[in-house]
Design a protein around this ligand. Structure first.
Ligand SMILES: [Mg+2]
Length: 233
């Protein structure tokens, strides 16, 4: 059978898939929340697999604060500032997960494969995290989709496809899009959008939980390059 020559788009989740920031996200929220809202941060809404817009909305609501466009925008901007100030902490406390560098380099060697991110982080915070560790060497951030593009993670797949299509000058079919992520929300986003998914059990969710969410292939970590390759073909 002839090789499929249509472009392929690999969209990486960031947190607990490519890297872990080890509590810095919570710390940054704690630092910037009072300045924006006048209230101390008492509770952060569920973070895993959520988009930042969702986290901001739900966290404001948990504090019985008004959730206006203005307050959401101010908090998102303050978070980016907070991360910018925490870059040194990010690189000393955080780390790139085992196998990530090799997997990125391996896929980068494939002609016809483009790599970017599909993440709940805002565009700015995603850029700060990825660049802090130098992972932007392999990722074209201009064709990714982010947690400030849409509240619903599944919508991010279409946004990334549209961006990639414009950049490449040719449409990327949904079945040539592969998401790699660590949460049931990553799995659901891919399945709803007709994309493929590889679950990576390096976050809060077990391989069984990711399989139960519908991921046909789950790897224990990105060091399992043969399994990853098997899915990508
Ligand atoms: Mg994640």
């Amino acid at each position: 059978m002839a090789l499929d020559s249509r472009p392929r788009l690999v969209l990486w989740d960031i947190d607990h898939t490519l890297l872990e920031s080890r509590g810095i996200g919570h710390d940054v929220y704690e630092r910037v929340f009072p300045a924006v809202t006048g209230e101390p941060l008492r509770e952060l809404s569920l973070v895993q697999g959520s988009t930042e817009l969702d986290i901001i909305h739900n966290t404001l609501r948990l504090h019985r604060l008004d959730c206006t466009q203005g307050s959401v925008t101010r908090l998102a901007a303050a978070l980016a500032d907070g991360y910018r100030e925490a870059v040194d902490e990010l690189t000393t406390r955080g780390r790139v997960l085992p196998g990530a560098w090799r997997a990125l380099a391996d896929l980068a060697a494939d002609p016809g494969t483009w790599q970017s991110v599909l993440t709940g982080n805002t565009t700015e915070v995603a850029r700060i995290k990825v660049e802090a560790f130098g992972l932007d060497r392999y990722l074209d951030l201009s064709i990714g989709a982010y947690g400030d593009d849409h509240r619903d993670r599944a919508e991010l797949v279409g946004i990334a496809r549209a961006r990639a299509g414009r950049q490449l000058g040719s449409e990327v079919p949904a079945d040539r899009v592969v998401l790699i992520g660590d949460t049931p929300n990553d799995v659901a986003a891919a399945l709803v959008a007709g994309a493929r998914i590889v679950g990576v059990a390096t976050g809060k969710y077990s391989a069984d939980a990711l399989r139960a969410a519908g991921a046909p292939v789950v790897v224990a970590s990105l060091t399992d390059l043969p399994a990853l390759r098997g899915v990508l073909g």
